[in-house]
Design a protein around this ligand. Structure first.
Ligand code: 4NP
Length: 143
């Protein structure tokens, strides 16, 4: 079973949104989905209330005990597909893994997902995340 990891800067807004939106789209346990941060800034902190609000609004089940976790060396080995939510995340992932796992590292959507930590617009984030997850799921099912 393929293991997929969504990664953003803090692992409290965008990547947990992608994690639980994707899990909501899955049939059975067809993929393993997790999320991580490139930074340790929010380590141990819960999912942002803006992202939790989106889950509630769209009736998406999530783990309210999920807390921010920085991506580790082991994660680079263990995951098959590592998806950065924006171009900075992808650049950071490639730098952190020193080019050893470039074939597993991808950008979530063209142009990336703007950070709602700064924009405050979690609904716009959700629209992009939902569309991106649908595209990734179709692609992962075909590969
Ligand atoms: P995320 O958003 O990368 O989508 O989780 C952010 C969360 C925290 C910070 C920046 C972005 N921060 O500066 O702490």
């Amino acid at each position: 079973m393929k293991k997929v990891c969504f990664v953003c800067l803090g692992n409290i807004c965008r990547s947990p949104m992608a994690e639980f939106v994707m899990k909501d789209l899955l049939c059975d346990d067809e993929l393993v989905i997790e999320s991580r941060a490139t930074s340790s800034w929010e380590h141990g902190n819960p999912i942002h209330h803006g992202t939790q609000g989106i889950f509630k609004k769209h009736h998406i089940e999530y783990d309210f005990q999920k807390s921010s976790q920085q991506i580790s060396h082991q994660d680079f080995q263990d995951f098959d597909v590592i998806i950065g939510m924006d171009t900075n995340n992808v650049a950071d992932l490639k730098e952190m893994s020193q080019g050893r796992f470039d074939d597993k590292i991808f950008l979530f959507v063209d142009g990336g997902v703007p950070d709602p930590w700064f924009t405050g617009d979690f609904d716009a984030t959700y629209d992009l995340v939902k569309r991106g997850c649908e595209q990734w799921l179709a692609q992962l099912r075909n590969s």
